[in-house]
Structure formats: structure tokens, C-alpha cells
Design a protein around this ligand. Structure first.
Ligand code: SF4
Length: 568
């Protein structure tokens, strides 16, 4: 019996690859002949080669993305040496838009499935496993033809196929046990109505939705199975109001307190009804990812985004105020008309909204995108290899990009980690703007040779303390205290950094507090089953400015994972 292996090489173990499951599910009549192998880019090429060799497939298909395609190219060179007869097929956005050129440079591959893969894959299975038809007849592929008529294989392109009805796509999670400890990816729509010039989702328009009753049934399944996180891969989830409302109302009504749902949304399009609903949701029920990219009007227009930052700002602030939704905002450096100073403004505008996460990404010039076509006009220099990240533009030098990389690193470590919230807030007034804070911090790391070293968590606190004191010696004690609070908000650490000194609370004061708390539970809720010694171990007590500061790790915030804190 012939064997087909669908191989997914994920970025992390916790990820799963929806595409390969969807392809297999779409070809149920070939059941056991089609297998799935999930690997990660953290495994060595040799490790995966051994696994693929043991599987010994006749047909091997890879799901290619910008972050794994180099890896796959390396791998298939070796695969073809140890399994010379295997037919290798590739699919995914990274190979779809320049299929012929890709095959010319990749002699090990037999062909490429273009765009949406389900129907194309099914027909390929009819060809390989059902022994029906010929490759010539399969739409949506580019392939190396060896029909004997030509002296050597030629690359043939059969053109793209029409998109499929989303209701025909199978639900792939029935055996949910297989996805334990993995993030679940789910799609209720395909396509995007917008035309952002850097994005491949804007190329194939064709927005389609899965029937809402089907979606509700599947969401109920996740809720019942208490799946920790479901990430919707829908490109702009709220582009149709009635669809978004139906999904959000359903999960709000049927929530069992266990599952978090992640959505990519256009925040400016959120309407009053949607925001009112979001405001009533359980904290942590949903999280929102919002692409801002830039707040420079000329840039926004040039990249063909339909976004009003004023509206984004208003809506993000409103959701932020309700305190129940984790918001992740994205910026992209390297866009047209965005120079270093204009990026500073974009950064400050978005930072002012205080999202839970602020991602500073760099433009990737993807083949097939409008940005790619404009690269000469914008004088875009970018990597020749995936992820094709920008190196310089007409508006941004490579030196600027290096500076922004340093700022991105500082933002990740200090802001997105959520480990220094209070200290950052205390530091901000020392600088003309938030961007300058991260700029200076990055310079401090470089000047002191700290950028070349791996730091422990505690060292990061020590470095930030030294940096903060250097900015304003007079606030040394304030910085010290806020860093201690930041430190304990995260963890009940055992070894304190040197600047923190020994805890100032006396054993007697602590004993007295827990004696009373053990009886009254004025602050610590949920500790009723524990004795006072255990309560003391499970919490942390500091004394600051004559007050007790109590950290409760059982009741952490679902938005930022910080302990509850009481000033007593
Ligand atoms: S960036 Fe987002 S909104 Fe723009 S085209 Fe791509 S998916 Fe659509």
C-alpha cells in the first residue's frame, strides 16, 4: 500500500499545524494511507531525516511558511538522498506565489500545491492512491512533468483553482487528546476584504465564512473539552459584524471559565454593540490582536490600509478601561514614508494606549505582495533569504534598523515580559517620551557590553536598577521599592537581588499577620484549606513605608499573570 506523509515543521512544540490536519480530513476515503508528522524547527535536520526515513513514505508533503522554508529546503536535499523514489510536494503561502521559480531552484521537489490546498490535495490523492487521472488534469499545481515526451522534466503550471465552500472543510479536532498541551487553531472564515500592500492575505480576496451553526457546534466542543486556548486564524475576524457578534455572544453565553479565544481584529471597526458585549466578558475569555503598523497618515495611505488610528485609539482605550481583555498591538518598522523619527511617533502613539503586548516587527518583503513590486520605488533592501526582512529603505538606513532592533529587544525584555510594569511607569517621566526610554536603555546595554550576554531574570532587575539610578539618583529609593514590587508580583522568589537588601519585616510582625489572616481571611481568599505556615510559604509579605505589602500568588491576573497585591 502506498503511503503519503503530511509533514508539518512548527516553530514551537506548543503549536499545531491546522493545514495538514485539514488536508487529511478532506480526503477521508484514503484513511490510513495518509499520515501526519509534526516536528519543530528546534529539532536538527538529521533528527527529522531519521524520522522521515523510518516512515518511508512514497509521497511526502511539506507545509511551508516564511519561518520554516529554509529548513525544509535543507531537509529535502537530504531526504532525496536516502529516499530517492519519494515524490516531494510543497504547499503553503511561502511557495504559492512563485511556484515555477521555486521548483526551478528546488530540483528535489516534484510539485507545489498553490493556495488553498484541500481540493488539490484530494485530487492528488486520487492520482497517487486511487490511481486515477493524471497530473495534467489537476488544477492548482505546478509540477515537474516527466511524461516521456520531453527529453528532461519540464515544469508545468495548471493554474489556480477556484476557492472552496468553507462548510466542506472538516472539523479536525474530534480526537482532541492528540492536541493536549497544544494551541488549537481554528478558522471560521478565509480571505480578507482589505488590501494591505505587504500582506499575502490581500492577494486572494474571496472572503468566505463557515456556517455559523457549524461554528457554534465546534466552539461548544472546545468549551466542553476545556481546551485552554483556541486561536482563530481568521484574518480580520470582525470584518462582518453579524458573524463576530454571533461568535462572541455564543462564547460569552456558554463560557465555562476555562477556554481563552484569540482573535485578530480591526479595532477601528469594532462597533458599539460589540464593545458593550466585550466589556461584559469574563476576564481572559478573549484576547485581541490588533495590527496598527504605523500611525503616519502618509504611510497608512501608501500601504493601502483602511485604518483610522483615532478610532483604534478610542476603542482600544475603552476595552483597556474595562480591564478584562488582553490586547496585543502590532507595529511594523520599515514601511514607506516611515523614517526613524516618524516611527518614534508611531511607537509613542501606540505605547500611550498601554496594551498588554506591543510588538515591534520589521517589514518582510514577501514575493507576491504589492510591497514586493514596489521595492525599487521604495529602495527596499531586504534579506535574500526568508524571512526577507527589511535592511534599509528610502527613509530608513541600516543603522536606523540596528537601533530599532535594539529597542525591540528592550521592549520585549522590559515591557512585553510584564516584569517591570511599575518601574517603567516610574521611569517614563525621566525621558521626553516612551521611545526615548527604550532607546536609552538599549544604548546603556550596548555601552556596558550587556547586549552580548545572556542574563538571568534577577540580573535584568539589577541592570534596570543601575540604569534607573543613573537617570535620577534622587529617586533611587523609589526605584528600589518599585523593582521589589515588580519582582514579587511575578514570583515568590527565594534569592533577592543585592539592591533589594534583606526583607525589613520582622519575624514577629509576619507571624502576627498570618496568625490573624489564618482566622479571618481578610485578604487571602481561597486559602481556607491551608494552615498558617503553608499560607506564609504560598504568599510573600514585605514591609514598605510602614505598610505591609502582601503578594497573593493563588489569585493571579489572567491578563498579565501578576499576583494580587494588597497594601495593608
Ligand atoms: S494585513 Fe490584515 S487586514 Fe491587511 S490584508 Fe492582511 S490580513 Fe487583511
Amino acid at each position: 500500500m502506498m503511503k503519503v506523509l503530511l509533514a508539518a515543521i512548527n516553530a514551537k512544540y506548543i503549536h499545531s499545524n491546522l493545514a495538514v490536519y485539514s488536508l487529511k480530513g478532506y480526503a477521508p476515503s484514503y484513511g490510513e494511507s495518509i499520515c501526519i508528522g509534526e516536528y519543530t524547527i528546534n529539532q536538527s535536520v538529521d533528527d527529522i531525516l531519521i524520522e522521515l526515513y523510518k516512515e518511508a513514505p512514497d509521497v511526502l508533503c511539506f507545509s511551508c511558511y516564511v519561518w520554516n522554508v529554509i529548513y525544509i529546503k535543507q531537509l529535502i536535499v537530504e531526504v532525496k538522498k536516502v529516499l530517492p523514489d519519494v515524490e516531494i510536494w510543497l504547499g503553503g503561502p511561502e511557495v504559492s506565489y512563485h511556484g515555477v521559480r521555486f521548483l526551478e531552484n528546488c530540483p528535489q521537489a516534484k510539485g507545489i500545491m498553490l493556495g488553498e490546498g484541500e481540493e488539490t490535495f484530494l485530487e492528488l490523492m486520487h492520482y497517487y492512491l486511487g490511481k486515477k487521472g493524471s497530473l495534467d488534469e489537476i488544477k492548482g499545481i505546478v509540477y515537474r512533468s516527466e511524461d516521456g515526451l520531453e527529453e528532461k522534466p519540464v515544469i508545468k503550471e495548471n493554474g489556480w483553482r477556484p476557492v472552496i465552500d468553507m462548510n466542506t472543510i472538516p472539523f479536525v479536532y474530534s480526537d482532541i487528546e492528540k492536541f493536549k498541551h497544544k494551541i488549537i487553531y481554528y478558522e471560521a472564515s478565509r480571505g480578507c476584504p482589505f488590501s494591505c500592500s505587504y500582506c499575502l492575505s490581500s492577494v486572494e480576496k474571496c472572503l468566505r465564512f463557515r456556517d455559523i451553526d457549524l461554528v457554534k457546534k465546534e466552539l461548544q466542543f472546545f468549551i466542553d473539552k476545556e481546551v485552554p486556548q483556541v486561536k482563530f486564524v481568521d484574518r480580520t475576524f470582525n470584518c462582518r459584524h453579524d458573524h463576530a457578534m454571533a461568535v462572541w455572544s455564543y462564547i460569552a453565553e456558554h463560557d465555562k471559565g476555562k477556554t481563552n479565544f484569540h482573535f485578530e481584529v480591526a479595532a477601528d471597526m469594532l462597533n458599539e454593540e460589540e464593545i458593550c458585549l466585550i466589556e461584559t466578558m469574563r476576564p481572559g475569555l478573549i484576547q485581541l490582536e490588533i495590527g496598527v503598523q504605523s500611525t503616519n497618515l502618509k504611510t497608512i495611505k501608501e500601504i493601502r490600509r483602511m485604518m483610522s488610528f483615532e478610532e483604534v485609539s478610542r476603542k482600544v482605550s475603552r476595552i483597556h478601561a474595562s480591564g478584562n481583555v488582553h490586547q496585543h498591538l502590532d507595529l511594523i518598522a520599515g514601511l514607506p514614508y516611515e523614517d526613524y523619527e516618524s516611527f518614534r511617533k508611531s511607537f509613542n502613539d501606540v505605547y500611550a494606549l498601554h496594551p498588554e503586548q506591543l510588538q515591534l516587527g520589521f517589514l518582510k518583503v514577501l514575493k507576491g505582495s504589492h510591497m514586493y513590486k514596489m521595492s525599487a520605488k521604495y529602495q527596499l533592501q531586504y534579506q535574500d533569504r526568508p524571512p526577507f526582512e527589511v535592511l534599509s529603505t528610502r527613509w530608513l538606513t541600516y543603522q536606523d534598523v540596528i537601533r530599532l532592533k535594539g529597542i525591540e529587544e528592550m521592549l520585549e525584555v522590559h515591557y512585553n515580559s510584564g516584569q517591570f510594569d511599575r518601574t517603567l511607569r516610574l521611569l517614563e517621566p525621566e525621558f521626553s517620551d516612551a521611545f526615548s526610554l527604550f532607546e536609552e536603555l538599549s544604548r546603556y546595554y550596548v555601552d556596558n557590553g550587556l547586549d552580548k550576554v545572556n542574563h538571568s531574570r534577577i540580573t535584568r532587575y539589577e541592570v534596570l536598577f543601575d540604569f534607573a539610578v543613573k537617570q535620577n539618583e534622587k529617586k533611587k529609593e523609589d526605584f528600589r521599592k518599585s523593582l521589589i514590587i515588580d519582582l514579587y508580583l511575578r514570583d515568590n522568589i527565594k534569592n533577592r537581588p543585592s539592591f533589594a537588601g534583606e526583607p525589613t519585616i520582622t519575624k514577629e510582625d509576619a507571624a502576627q499577620f498570618y496568625d490573624e489572616e489564618h482566622i479571618r481571611h481578610n485578604y487571602l481568599k481561597g486559602y481556607e484549606a491551608y494552615d498558617k505556615r503553608q499560607m506564609r510559604k504560598m504568599t510573600h509579605l514585605e514591609k514598605m513605608d510602614g505598610k505591609l505589602v502582601l503578594f497573593d500568588y493563588m489569585n493571579k491576573s489572567v491578563l498579565n499573570n501578576q499576583a494580587s497585591v494588597f497594601y495593608i
